[in-house]
Design a protein around this ligand. Structure first.
Ligand SMILES: NC(=O)c1ccc[n+]([C@@H]2O[C@H](COP(=O)([O-])OP(=O)(O)OC[C@H]3O[C@@H](n4cnc5c(N)ncnc54)[C@H](O)[C@@H]3O)[C@@H](O)[C@H]2O)c1
Length: 309
């Protein structure tokens, strides 16, 4: 039996890039897929039906089942219609991949309120909108004795997990999505639902816009393309499956042929005493702790180098 036989999935932003590969792979493994995509530019302006339609065509011509949806994830009511698209066309929902995304990079001192709001609306509110509708449905179905093994996969980013200058809006949303996966998982585990997150690394139009082009070059004509977004999708297909039922609130970096298991904030040093600290003494002690080498930072460039060199 195929990994996702009998499953119904929604992938948001599935008309291009990583979402497209996730939709194609899950369909290849037997899932019926709602291919949602507004079809806008990388900065969230404009819209077009053709990216989602083309992915649906591709899935159907390979013998799979898919339906296109062109609603924006940013609108709570529209998100309900994306959810209902799965129910109306395929009778249920098992898998939600919150993948839609845009970029509006600016240093904090130049960022407009609109650039902040637009990015938060797609990544953070959009992921909330879909998750809210899906979780209410899964809880209700669970109460009726219908075990759907719900799955949420959030799309985080190294920009939020490690920090990337020029992306305070995007990185804040992406860090929040990793946190949301952990929190939703804690709330929904009792209903047979898991929530996890991925931090992709791939060459898409978003990275062409957002990172130095040198970071994703140098593989032309060499067979395996480490930067292909197809390398991100397998961990998502697996997390969506029944086989991953015990994987709860984890964050995986995915791409380049690698999958990293990431762990978030954890204590690496501590100072304590049984008295209120004097700030001067406290500063001295904290500086000692901070110079022990515990602040060594992982960077995206370093991550890519570690896999490909
Ligand atoms: N490419 C990378 O290396 C990388 C790294 C970290 C995180 N990500 C994340 O992966 C996800 C996919 O990005 P990508 O690189 O494939 O970019 P992409 O621009 O190729 O794809 C994003 C898709 O989302 C769609 N979209 C945007 N706003 C939408 C909305 N309001 N409603 C519905 N659809 C909408 C776009 O039309 C587009 O097709 C994003 O969340 C992105 O932040 C990508």
């Amino acid at each position: 039996m195929a990994l996702l036989e009998g499953k119904v999935a929604i992938v948001t932003g599935a008309g291009r890039g990583i979402g497209r590969e996730e939709a194609l792979l899950m369909a290849r493994h037997g899932a019926k897929v709602v291919v949602n995509d507004l079809g806008g530019h990388f900065d969230g302006t404009g819209q077009s039906r053709s990216p989602a339609e083309e992915v649906v065509k591709e899935i159907r011509s390979a013998g799979g089942e898919a339906v296109a949806n062109f609603e924006s994830v940013t609108d709570f009511k529209a998100a309900k219609r994306i959810f209902e698209c799965a129910i109306d066309n395929f009778g249920k929902l098992n898998i939600l991949v919150n993948n839609a995304g845009i970029l509006r990079d600016r240093m904090i001192f130049n960022m407009s309120e609109e650039d902040w709001d637009a990015v938060i609306a797609v990544h953070l509110k959009g992921s909330f909108n879909l998750s809210r509708h899906a979780c209410a449905y899964w809880r209700e179905q669970h109460k009726l004795g219908n075990l759907l093994n719900g799955r949420i996969i959030m799309t985080s980013s190294d920009s939020g997990l490690l920090g990337n200058a020029g992306q305070s809006n995007y990185g804040a949303a992406k860090a929040a999505l990793a946190a949301m996966a952990i929190i939703i998982d804690r709330e929904m585990a009792r209903y047979g639902v898991t929530a996890n997150a991925i931090a992709p690394v791939a060459r898409t139009r978003m990275t062409v816009e957002g990172v130095p082009s040198s970071m994703f070059s140098g593989t032309e004509g060499k067979g395996f393309d480490p930067y292909s977004p197809a390398n991100v999708a397998p961990v998502v297909a697996w997390l969506a499956s029944d086989d991953a039922k015990d994987v709860h609130g984890e964050v995986f970096r995915s791409g380049l042929g690698g999958v990293w298991v990431l762990k978030g904030w954890s204590t690496v040093a501590m100072v304590a005493q049984k008295a209120v600290w004097d700030p001067v003494e406290l500063g001295k002690r904290l500086k000692e702790e901070l110079t022990r080498g515990i602040t060594q930072k992982e960077t995206l460039g370093g991550v890519i180098k570690s896999v490909l060199s």
